[in-house]
Design a protein around this ligand. Sequence first.
Ligand SMILES: NC(=O)c1ccc[n+]([C@@H]2O[C@H](COP(=O)([O-])OP(=O)(O)OC[C@H]3O[C@@H](n4cnc5c(N)ncnc54)[C@H](O)[C@@H]3O)[C@@H](O)[C@H]2O)c1
Length: 454
Amino acid sequence: MRRITVIGVGYVGLVTGACFADLGNQVICLDVVPEKIEKLKRGEMPIYEPGLEEMVHRNSAAGRLAFTTNYAEAIPHAEYIFVAVGTPSGVDGEADLKYIRNAVENIAMHLDSYAIIVNRSTVPVGTGDSTAQTLIERGKKQGIDFQVVSNPEFTREGSAIYDFLNPDRVVLGSVDHEAAEAVADLYRVFTKNIMISDLRTAEMIKYASNAFLAMKISFINEIASICEKLGADVKQVAEGMGQDQRIGPAFLNAGLGFGGSCFPKDVKALTYMAEVNGLHPQLLRAVMDINRDQRLRVLVHLRELLGSLRGRTVGLLGLSFKPNTDDIREAAAIDLAHMLANEGANLRAYDPVAMENAHRQLGGVNFCNDAYEVAAGADALILVTEWNEFRQLDMPRLYAAMRRKIFLDGRNVYDPLEMRAHGFEYRGIGRPLVNIKPDEPTSKQVPAMSGAPA
Ligand SMILES: NC(=O)c1ccc[n+]([C@@H]2O[C@H](COP(=O)([O-])OP(=O)(O)OC[C@H]3O[C@@H](n4cnc5c(N)ncnc54)[C@H](O)[C@@H]3O)[C@@H](O)[C@H]2O)c1
């Protein structure tokens, strides 16, 4: 049983705290937002994450999981202090470290015995070193009062508890191998695959991993755009590619692009880190450009089909950045809602769990109770988030409810032929716009290239 403090009760911190408590550790979670802590003390969750509520209730009741806003209560006697505060994008794309700095200052103020400060937030390379430096400047001795370990977080929102308990790997970085081993001890029950590196390498592994996954998404989205023009089906292209073990099937789903609190901000932060060091990270810039274009493609499709969008009614199915979360940060739906409103469209929307968050951020949207209510009188529906409840929609019912029968499938959930058979003007992402017959070349088809294939 270890004494663990977790700073920040967001998507990362609360899952980390609950999972460590579930293993029998004594955990106290701290946040600076009193409303979140009050809610947690009442047994209410400040975020939606499957399985979290039950785990928090069980461990709170067992006395292993407590919540506070008071650093003086949370820091003294802690053996491990996990920092899981936000690192949002600053104005130039850099990671804004104000929350990290504040947490570190508070740790320095209240530290009274040796603790390992474990950074779970995604932070620019070098942040672990500057954390140690701050503590030293506040009179703490590295190796006697504290050590710093980087422990990047790889869980996915929507399956964060499963991912925490079943990690592919755990990455730890420190100048002090013993401190890293002490953190490894907390994780050995989950996995033997624990990699220990220096601090900066561990911090970089997180950025490189997220940038690579974002790149895979932008890659398949670029292929999707080419497929659309040439009459190929990106869904099958991705399937064919993904069976190559060197490529793998994950993150090859063409769609409206990535969102969430991590990929956009982390690619931007890595780009910034490269740029301020005199580099030209062209691939990273392209990843973001393609992602932005994916949102704009929806407008192009709608304008093609409807002409002006002024006064048209457009329905959004899904608001969270992906299924099984209420997180709407950088969500495609939020970008689309702003763009469509700018074009003068009337918006209707529904999401199984993200309505409350969206309500706070979006004005002028008619929030509905389900997909069929969204469809009522709509000229076009856009499937934005592939929640399970949108995977088996009653198409005749949807069709009957709509005014104009346009269905933009932003996540390629449905079969184009079946949707057209239902009578919809259906468009997916990277799927043939019409059913092209084999003997009918597309107007833009290019002549066969000579030379050996790569
Ligand atoms: N969300 C994810 O799935 C995910 C995955 C991997 C890594 N990360 C990284 O983990 C970090 C946290 O992400 P998140 O999604 O949990 O963020 P979040 O915004 O949901 O939660 C951060 C919490 O920290 C609190 N906080 C801010 N300053 C504080 C302070 N000084 N003291 C105590 N609490 C403070 C905020 O009130 C908030 O509740 C980020 O760096 C993010 O990039 C997130």
